[in-house]
Design a protein around this ligand. Sequence first.
Ligand code: HGY
Ligand code: MN
Ligand code: MN
Length: 402
Amino acid sequence: MWAELLPVGRSSASGGYRRYAWTPADTDCRTWFREQAEARGLTYETDRNGNQWAWLGDPAAGDAVVTGSHLDSVPDGGAFDGPLGVVSAFAALDELRGRGARLTRPLGIVNFGDEEGARFGLACVGSRLTTGALTVEQAHRLTDGDGITLPQAMEAAGHDPETIGPDPERLARIGAFVELHVEQGRALDLSGDRIGIASAIWPHGRWRFDFRGEANHAGTTRLADRRDPMLSYAETVLAARREAELAGAVATFGKIAVEPNGVNAIPSLVRGWLDSRAADQESLDTVVGGVEKAAREYAAAHGADLDVVRESFTPVVEFDHALRDELARILGGDTGTDLRVPVLGTGAGHDAGILSGRVPTAMLFVRNPTGVSHSPAEYAAEDDCVAGVSALADVLEGLART
Ligand code: HGY
Ligand code: MN
Ligand code: MN
């Protein structure tokens, strides 16, 4: 499975993945998912929001145990973020069949669409639509960098956009959701453990900063006469770093658009996207409030106008305590394994976080020896991935026979 997915959507220039929602690379990943489901005799379906499901047993029976993740990527992402959870889900099912496990609850495998939000700017679109966290009206307003709307992109990829919207019936069938994911930090590497269980996801969001000035000639415009928005943008990047350090949080300007984007023109517009995350809401508010205040001062000082728009936000997620403890019991306790499973929080967003308000949800992390993620260098050792599959199989079996 891993070898089949590896070339899909991979840039030969960077070695990273460019599997953006509803593009041909994404379609190839979806075809792969469907083939995996059919090869195992699972019931395959695409839901109204374009998420893919593969079922063992009848989901209509309810109280289903579901696992899975996503197959899309950030620009030049790594191979593991998302696909590890989907591949491990199919592999865990194979292991359960090999063990002759007797499951009394339906078992589902899911590929949530557009988790990274690389194309339309909003993360977890598939799960947000399903829970209603993203409304149909909001979804219709999402556009990519070329002005193609989400419904247009869905339609071009063969999914009927008329069907999108909340799916409470589907959610009601799920008794537990467990997402396995490569760790996006070094906590497991530092503690010497292969597998961890998630406690919480930091509150996080994305804010768009539009600095508007005046386009003019780079050679002939006196410095004193310029209204150059790049200056206030640059100072704002430094302010974000400062505010994050003060609050023990993180803040990143990782994407920027400049108009007219000419080497010999003073820009008329600098649009930068701030991604900020903190352990608690108060710290996050302090960072974003501080960055915005600084940005307004810098903009005023350089004769630029500033608009700040919050494009997305996910409040703190505290995963279901009972399910988390059940996972710890299954993995660390009575199965005969002596696996130590630390419980850790993360600053990364996941579909599991979106679902957690509606369904008992848990996450398993697999050790990442460098901690690198959202980069072609992202890596996990094969032994650790195999341990992840085995842990996931134990968890699914433990949950689905009770
Ligand atoms: O955390 C993120 O940026 C994304 O949701 N994976
Ligand atoms: Mn990611
Ligand atoms: Mn991910």
